[in-house]
Design a protein around this ligand. Sequence first.
Ligand SMILES: [Zn+2]
Length: 229
Amino acid sequence: MYTLTKGVIILRKLILFSFLALVASLVFSPAALASSVEGKKVIIDPGHGGDDPGTTQCIGYDESQANLDIALILADLVETNGGLPIMTRITNDVTLSNEVRYTLANENKGDALVSIHLNGSLDHTKNGTLGLYAKIKKDKAFTEIIHNSLVESLTGIPNLGITNFMSGVTLKSEMPATMQEAVYLSNTEECGMLRDGDGSRQTQIAQAIFDGLEDWFSMTPVSFPKGRK
Ligand SMILES: [Zn+2]
């Protein structure tokens, strides 16, 4: 009897301990902390695709494929954190016009749009991170925040700032939109990391964009003026 009772007490203690451990894990684990991206529709646009490879200066790894690889990781991050990622393409064999991309963004009423690109140059020593915005009122601050997050993450990569660029995708999308040329894919070192690496460079870029989205959604006012500009 005695040992049985003792066993029951130990069992009860174990159950109580397990319950407390579960509660603690729910309260303190990062996944349980609400992300500002939760509930947000994020349009993710991997640049180029199909007949349009983008820069081909990293032999065997076209920009269109690299953009897609980064975009898929970003989509995962958005989804894991309770957001709704909407991709303009999920394969590398489709050729999409700008109109198809912004129409999809507008019809889905995205909260933000990120167009993912990598830069290219015939000078394979050139590198840098650059943010592009089209609509001054809606896109500039958003572009700056995403760009700053990339600058912070990509240590040692020259900061090329943000600049006004009238891309059809970002200009005609109705939500805050940005185009990010995260690094130069044509840069010998970047090409090596992105093409021959284990995917950690792609993950780093995707994570930096995601962190920027969290910064943006945690500070942005809920409503924006109607219209494109
Ligand atoms: Zn591009």
